[in-house]
Design a protein. Structure first.
Length: 208
């Protein structure tokens, strides 16, 4: 009886090993960022810092926190189709090591087709990867009482194996003390965003 159990274990061992290898391969990873690495913060008004001073935007605060240059390419009011159009030139000009992508909020506010929004976000991630640029995705909550991000962000992150911060904007916008209006953080809220992104970068090995 014991022999049969050992036989079964021996048979299953290769299957278990293959499963573990596949699981580890699908886990998102970020390369370590050199001290002179450039980080591209790309998105709309949430990246630009609407609702606070320029020096209080999350890219500006993050730059001070992690000791790397973080360039702010947020444009208020931009939708993902417009972001997709302008991204190639920016990637070519700035040559970042990492892109923090926070986009899709205006698509939701304008009730645009979210399948197209998802496709635009996937294409932006792929454009960065084609330039050997790592990507971090920030989920933007849907307007309303629940402030939950649409499932598209999680699906994209899982399928493309991209580190994602799903909760920070929902947490910030749920508290009046952290927001300047219904859809934008204030200085304290942007600091919370920067802290959360810095923690994610540490979690995935981009910074110490």
């Amino acid at each position: 009886m014991k022999f049969k159990k050992y036989q079964a274990l021996i048979f299953l061992l290769p299957v278990i090993i293959i499963f573990c290898v596949l699981a580890s391969c699908s886990k998102p990873k970020l390369p370590p960022l050199a001290g002179d690495a450039v980080i591209l913060a790309f998105g709309d008004s949430l990246t630009f810092g609407t609702g606070a001073e320029v020096t209080d935007s999350y890219p500006a605060v993050l730059e001070k926190m992690i000791g790397r240059r973080v360039i702010n390419y947020g444009i208020p009011g931009e939708v993902t189709a417009e972001g997709l159009s302008r991204l190639p030139e920016i990637l070519e000009r700035e040559k970042p090591a990492l892109m923090i992508l926070c986009h899709g909020g205006n698509d939701q506010l304008r009730h645009l087709n979210l399948e197209q929004t998802a496709d635009n976000i996937r294409k932006m991630i792929q454009l960065a990867r084609d330039k050997n640029v790592a990507v971090v995705l920030i989920a933007v909550p849907a307007p309303g009482l629940t402030l939950s991000p649409p499932p598209l962000y999680r699906k994209i992150a899982k399928k493309m194996s991209v580190p994602i911060e799903e909760n920070i904007l929902s947490d910030v916008l749920a508290k009046n003390s952290f927001k300047s209006d219904l859809i934008h953080p204030n200085a304290a809220g942007y600091r919370m965003m920067a802290e959360s992104i810095a923690a994610l970068l540490r979690q995935y090995g981009a910074i110490d």
